[in-house]
Design a protein around this ligand. Structure first.
Ligand code: TYD
Ligand code: MG
Length: 457
């Protein structure tokens, strides 16, 4: 019973503490909000944490100029696309969370990366999900170098930490955080409290020892309640796997990165030999039609530090419903509604009685406003049943006043389009290059009406 005294239940709504679990918080009345946590140490009787600090504590407050920043050491993982999303390699002592749906390829990626890393640095793969035989079978099938890679199957965090303290690995993979548990809590593995506390212990170990950590987290179907979301603030880097179930392509996106650009994309293809890097992603997301079809428009987006060409498709159809549908896959639905309103108000084209479906080909998710103009043009193209030229690429943000606003890195986007053989580009006036780009006719537009004129008249 001595163990029970160490944990308390804290309401996630109001922070009230209770020694026992209850369905309703006694203080604020919220339902189902009590979570098990380890009780914080009470202030010492000598007052060190309750007002007066000792001499050694005040010395810890320093001028920022006194602190000498050290350049982070980075280890190349052997997979260039993974290095890219990490911001140029794995920083020593950093904690990377890799989230994604079950079965999308997290374990595959990490076994591949760790086997390559283990050739130069001591590395341990800790699995709480698969048996050693399963992992070995997979590694052999993928033809990975396995001589140096160490393996541990264990789910108790305390035991993991005591075992790896002997080997002192430089890189550690923990697959997956939902299967681990710490002995200081009684809740089941996978519960919010266990996930958070286990991760906190592992993060502390990483920071103290300078070990780099990969934490795998499944995104649960119920909106990631006990999933990686609760860990995002604790770790240095959060990577999410994206991809459609039917498509072999897997995108790894950096959602948060203390050591690099966010929204950086790494592109892989799942093959029978594991994940293969895709060095030229623009080429795979463009479906080159035999002849041009209405409703398709090429967007030059910029994810992280590299431009990417993707195809936006729209289908506009007479709606049988009183409230026509607005469906957007890979783009934000509210943005689509807003753009349709702008098109009506400032372009004079209304679609009140039309269903509008929108899709970004290849399972890519585009979050930047540069997609506005391509979205409008593809919708318009489908509505008018008028195919856009196949050699046309475009980007630009659309404002509520009907103006076409510039987006960052216009030059770079235009060069990417020219590189892939596009001959024409419709871009915001402020993004028009000062010097002509060879082989590319740039059509600069300042207002939505000009953009409409440029394609349908
Ligand atoms: P896995 O890495 O186990 O997923 P996660 O760890 O994210 O749950 O990936 C398993 C899926 O990948 C499985 O559906 C089969 C597929 N796969 C391949 O297509 N080729 C391969 O070489 C491997 C290892 C897996
Ligand atoms: Mg797995």
């Amino acid at each position: 019973m001595a163990k029970a005294a160490k944990t308390i239940y804290v309401c996630s709504e109001c922070g009230a503490q209770s020694p026992k679990w209850a369905g309703q918080c006694g203080d604020c009345g919220a339902w189902n909000s009590l979570q098990e946590t380890v009780a914080a140490p009470t202030p010492k009787a000598d007052g060190r944490f309750s007002g007066y600090a000792g001499a050694e504590d005040t010395a810890r407050i320093r001028n920022l100029s006194e602190v000498v920043a050290q350049e982070n050491e980075r280890l190349p993982t052997g997979l260039d696309e993974l290095d890219r999303v990490l911001g140029g390699g794995l920083v020593t002592g950093s904690v990377v969370l890799i989230g994604g749906d079950p079965g999308i390829g997290k374990s595959t990626l990490l076994v591949q990366a760790l086997a390559l890393l283990a050739r130069d640095h001591p590395a341990i793969y800790v699995s709480g999900e698969e048996s050693a035989e399963q992992i070995s079978m997979r590694a052999h099938r993928l033809g990975l170098p396995t001589e140096q890679l160490r393996l541990l199957t264990e789910t108790c965090v305390e035991r993991i930490l005591s075992l790896i303290a002997v080997e002192k690995p430089k890189v550690l993979v923990l697959d997956s955080i939902q299967t681990f548990y710490t002995e200081s809590l009684q809740s089941a593995p996978g519960s919010v409290a266990q996930v958070r506390e286990s991760a906190a212990r592992l993060v502390r170990y990483a920071k103290q020892s300078g070990t780099s950590l990969f934490l795998v987290g499944h995104v649960t179907k119920e909106g990631a309640l006990a999933g990686p979301r609760v860990l995002e603030h604790m770790v240095d880097t959060v990577l999410y796997f994206e991809g459609e179930s039917g498509s072999p392509y897997r995108l790894i996106r950096a959602i948060k990165n203390r050591f690099g650009a966010v929204n950086e994309l790494g592109v892989f293809a799942m093959t029978d030999k594991g994940l293969r890097e895709v060095a030229n992603p623009s080429a795979i997301f463009l479906s080159r039609h035999q002849e041009q079809v209405p409703g398709s428009c090429i967007l030059v987006t910029r994810e992280g530090t590299r431009p990417l060409l993707v195809e936006v498709q729209a289908l506009v159809d007479q709606s049988p419903l009183a409230n026509p549908r607005r469906v957007a896959l890979g783009l934000e639905q509210n943005r689509l509604s807003m753009l349709l309103a702008v098109m009506h108000r400032h372009g004079g084209i209304g679609m009140f009685d039309q269903d509008v479906f929108l899709n970004v080909v290849g399972g890519v998710r585009v979050t930047e406003p540069a997609a506005d103009l391509p979205v409008l043009l593809s919708v318009l193209s489908s509505f008018r049943d008028h195919a856009l030229p196949g050699d046309l690429a475009t980007f630009g943000e659309v404002g509520l006043a009907g103006e076409i606003r510039p987006v960052p890195s216009g030059q770079e986007r235009l060069r990417e389009a020219a590189k892939h053989g596009f001959k024409r580009a419709i871009v915001p006036s402020a993004n028009a290059p000062k010097r002509a780009i060879e082989g590319l006719e740039v059509i600069a537009v300042g207002r939505i009406s000009e953009a409409i004129d440029a394609v349908v008249n």
